[in-house]
Design a protein around this ligand. Structure first.
Ligand SMILES: Nc1ncnc2c1ncn2[C@@H]1O[C@H](COP(=O)(O)OP(=O)(O)OP(=O)(O)O)[C@@H](O)[C@H]1O
Length: 274
């Protein structure tokens, strides 16, 4: 039996704003395994509830009902020290991470702040080593980026830096919300490859949130398809995408641009055109 890292049970979220009620999640349940490390994809069109689910898991939003358990404990009942551990174990990588950072800060600061907050290093030399190791995992050398400002980097570098920053804390789970939607095909392949390596070499699981089913097919172990806040299909990513049952899933999958549907997609990320 696989060890369960994260379990969402019957999650419901209803927003009330300006006299309007929106049911963003309706009874969603899912499981992300810890060992073996797993890439669980959450797919669905805009407005289907993907970000609400991610935000609930990250503790930015409270569920209206239902539970989210981390290694068997409901995250709503974590003690302070467990909360700190959770915030360290569960990291987020967003679509446009630099939108929220001060453009005048150097990249180095993104790492320094974390090292301080979580007391990861005893000395400057140790901090430098940790940063270099994290950057190496995503194929970047410190000297290429650390003294630059965010706008001096490419989209692919930014995303890889955010992965490195998440990796610095040696998390068990990375919640990646559309991490490749703003980069071109070759960079996308590189970032997806980083995710696979983190899963396989470092045992990090992912909740990979995307509206792009072709990348879910390339790297996903499991998939959960949301439609209007409801989970309409779930299973092994390859099986669901090759043989969807629900009408909406068929539509979503039918819209993936594949030149010849009789050609099976190659799951090897290196050989993907994008
Ligand atoms: N803070 C909020 N207040 C009110 N309604 C909200 C709020 N956040 C999200 N919603 C609504 O909840 C539903 C789900 O939104 P959510 O952002 O989770 O979808 P999504 O699948 O992540 O979409 P996208 O792919 O566009 O990011 C939408 O109808 C949205 O308008």
């Amino acid at each position: 039996m696989a060890d369960v890292l994260l379990e969402v049970e019957d999650a419901t979220k209803t927003y009330h704003s300006r006299g309007e009620t929106t049911a963003a999640l309706k009874g969603v349940s899912l499981v992300v395994d810890e060992s073996p490390a797993t890439i669980a994809c959450i797919a669905g069109e805009s407005g289907s509830g993907k970000t609400t689910l991610a935000n609930s898991i990250l503790g930015f939003t409270q569920l209206t009902s239902g539970t989210i358990s981390y290694r068997g404990t409901n995250i709503a009942t974590l003690t302070r020290s467990q909360q700190l551990e959770y915030r360290r174990d569960v990291q987020a990588v967003f679509q446009d991470p630099f939108g929220v950072y001060n453009p005048f800060y150097r990249i180095r600061r993104l790492f320094d702040v974390l090292i301080k907050r979580f007391r990861l290093a005893q000395s400057k030399a140790e901090a430098r080593e940790l940063i270099e190791e994290a950057l190496n995992v995503v194929g970047i050398r410190g000297e290429e980026v650390l003294d630059k400002n965010p706008h001096q980097l490419s989209g692919g570098q930014r995303q890889r830096i955010m992965m490195a920053r998440a990796y610095l804390l040696k998390p068990r789970l990375i919640v990646a919300d559309e991490p490749v939607s703003m980069v071109d095909a070759s960079l996308r392949a590189m970032i997806l490859d980083v995710m696979l390596r983190l899963r396989d070499e470092r045992g990090i699981s992912f909740l990979y949130i995307t509206h792009d089913l072709s990348t879910a097919y390339q790297i996903g172990d499991d998939i959960y398809i949301l439609y209007g806040g409801e989970l309409i299909e779930q299973g092994r990513a390859q099986e669901v995408i090759e043989n969807p049952q629900h009408e909406y899933a068929k539509l979503l999958i039918g819209s993936i641009p594949v030149p010849d549907p009789s050609i099976r997609w190659n799951r090897e990320p290196h050989s993907q055109a994008g």
